[in-house]
Every structure is written in structure tokens, then in C-alpha cells.
Design a protein around this ligand. Sequence first.
Ligand SMILES: NC(=O)CCC(=O)C(=O)O
Length: 311
Amino acid sequence: MNKHSHRLMDTTTASRTNISVSPISRFKIALCQLRVTNDKANNLNRARNMLEEAANKGAKLVVLPEMWLCPYSHEYFEKCGEELNTEESSATYHMLSEISSIHQITIVGGSIPERRNGQMYNTCCVFGPDGKLKAKHSKLHLFDYYEASGDVSFRESDSFTAGDTPTIVHTDVGCIGIGICHDIRFPELGMLYRAKGADLIIYPAAFNMSTGMALWELETKARAIDNQMFVAVCSPSRDSAGSYTIWGHSMLVGPSGEVKAKAEHGEEIVFAEINYAENQLQRELFPLRRQRKEGIYKFLDTEQSKANFSP
Ligand SMILES: NC(=O)CCC(=O)C(=O)O
């Protein structure tokens, strides 16, 4: 019996014969607000336990936070980075693949430092219930943050190279657009996911205390309202290791901007129900796509527009 043979025993005739099965439209999501320590093996083990707990409590889609394998600090990124290609090259890949197949769940695996072609990326892996890697998303917009004084207080680009491809993935629990943390500040990315048919956008994230207090909930609600769909943000807990203090408050927001479930700042799993019929209802009540004035936004892509936005 090979280590994944249980997958075959439980698969439906449809999946064995490659007939596509409609995704479910109503299910439980779990957001794992993990406490990240200085110890990579410990983080990996506790992430595994949290994923298993979430699955045992009935979640079909389980999400990990941004940078859960090591603290969100430059000195750890290189040390803890992995090549996310195969189970052999990465303990993280192996764990996510194994847990998703054992419990037959979809996992949006937060993000970890990915080593690829001599560069480092802040990368999220999505695994399906068959244990297979379905998508990888590397953070598109790196978080380089300046204090009001003009001083730099964090430069993610000192460690990471930015990804260049949006990621939309068809899963057993619907069509999911992926962004990582600072990606949430770019409404165009959410709009693109909506235009490509996403049911849900997930942002593994780690806002800090000042941006968190000011904007965490606001940005999450804004992306949900703009796009009339569910949006989930999943953070490490505030008592995570490292000098970057994290806001926490992982949450799920529904398509009219209502908070469906929200964590405090400690380690916990947030459970909530997603029903995609609510997206549809919101779109019927407020038919924004139909009301949109085609053509007048083209200016956004011009050189003149870019010049106007320059600092
Ligand atoms: N880890 C991040 O990308 C933080 C982003 C953030 O705090 C923001 O305000 O944007």
C-alpha cells in the first residue's frame, strides 16, 4: 500500500474517470491564526495540528497565515526558505500535501519563503483534496513601508523578489483568487479576480500594529464590497516571535461587507460558513457590473495617469 493509497479508496467514480465534479457552494472555512515561533520544526508541527483540528471540526477549506514557517523578519527568510517543487525538496510541501489528502480538504497554505532560481519569493501553495499542488502564488506587491518622516521602517524587497502573475485557482470549494497581504491594497487585483469568475478571494496576511489598527478590517471589507464576494484574511497571532508585531484578527467578510467571523489577536482557529448564493444575491440587489460605465476607466492605464500617481 503506498502512502497515498487512501486517496483512491475514497475518490468518486467521477474523479477516477476525470469527469469534473461541480465545486460545492456551501461549506465551512477555517482560518488558522497560528502563533509563529523561532523554531521552524515547531511551526511546521503546530501548523499540521491546526490543519488537522480544523478538518476534524468539519472545515472543507483551511487557510494558513502569511509567513507561518518562520518569523516575519529578514534574518529568518533565507535560513528557513524551501524549494516548493516536490515533497522531497520541501518539508512544507510534504506536510500540506499529506494533510490535504488524508482529510480530503483544500488547503490555502499561507505563505513561506520560497527559494527559486537563486531568488527568494514570499509564496503561497494551494493543495487539493487529492494532495496535489493546484497553484503557487508569489506575492505581487512587496511591502516596502515608509514612516511619515520618510524613514524606511520595513523593506520586504531587501529579501524577496516580487511575483508577476495573478493566481486564480479552481478548487472543490469554488474558484479562489489568491493575494498575499500587501496585495490587498491593490483593488485592481481583486477586480481582476472578480472579472475572471472568482467566488472568493483569500489573502494570507500579516499587517502590523499601525496599519492593522487603521486598515485591516477596512481593506478586507472594501475588497468584499468592490467585488461583491467573500474575502478572507488569515494572520499569524500577535504573540508570534520576531520584532514585527502583528495585528491578528483573521476574518471572513461576506459580499455586502459584513463580518461573518473574526478572531481576536491570540492563537485560534476561526470557523465560518460560506454560501456562494450570497454573492449572487448581492450582485442581483446591486447590479454594479451592469451599471459600470465602460470606457471611462481606460485612462487608468495611460502614461498620464501613471505620472499623476508618482510620488
Ligand atoms: N506583510 C505585509 O505585506 C504588510 C502589509 C501592510 O501592513 C499594509 O498596510 O499594506
